[in-house]
Design a binder for this molecule. Sequence first.
Ligand SMILES: [Fe+2]
Length: 297
Amino acid sequence: MDEQRYSRRDFMQMAGVGGLVFASGLPGCATYGQSRPDFNFIQLSDIHWGYDNPKVNPDSKGTLRKAIATVNNLEQPPDFIVFTGDLTQTTDDPKVRRQRLREFRDMAAELKAPKVLFFAGEHDASLDRGEAYQEIIGGPLYYTFDHKGVHFIVLDNISDPAPILGAKQIEWLKTDLARQQPDAPIVVLTHRPLFSLYPQWDWATRDGMAAIDLLMPYKNVAVFYGHIHHEHHHMTGHIAHHAAQSLMFPLSPVGTAPQKTQLPWDAAQPYKGLGYRTVQATAAGTPQRMQELPVKA
Ligand SMILES: [Fe+2]
């Protein structure tokens, strides 16, 4: 597997060549390649409901609500919204876990969108293999759905604390992909990075490359994930991987701190490092265009 790391500028250039247009934070980059988007969706990630540290986020109970209010008033409403894991902050107490999941579910119900999708992060599901998550949020831990010609695959790399996808899920993925055409537009949604971004900080999936290898024959694949609490873009061959910001606390990027660090609140720049993204997609495959949106005070 040809896995390389690229600078943001390199990524943008490559992404353009590979059929992706990356518009995050780029003034003047409002064009959309040669085709118009068929739909857009929103990725919200790492909500960590129940987290409580005012030095890191003094508005821990209000940040998600602010994002929901903004999303509900977007000029261009999304076709669907997806939460990419860590809906709640981890707890050893199964009752508290359920309470947090219920509170999160009730807030997410305020979103005005035709469809809101969920999957778990390790904070929600690794201590009980997803039992509370499935009880309160419902649905399987990995699944697929199709939307306007794009095939979406949700992968679970969190309920097994190893952390792995596991042989059963990889076989399931193989069977699902066998039904797709080589040029089918495929979007993978998962929590941890599938590639080894930084295993020392748990920023990897031990058998993630098995999934990437299965995806490699397909020309139009992008992966959206969370877990690392900051925007990050990476290519494995022609497959683009995009990490989203958190809605609770930003984490230090690799190489900027000796330890994985929750970045402290900056009163001069409240909500800095927190946010979410819109993704525009076409049924013809790529390009997909992303825009990172901040939390508004
Ligand atoms: Fe998280």
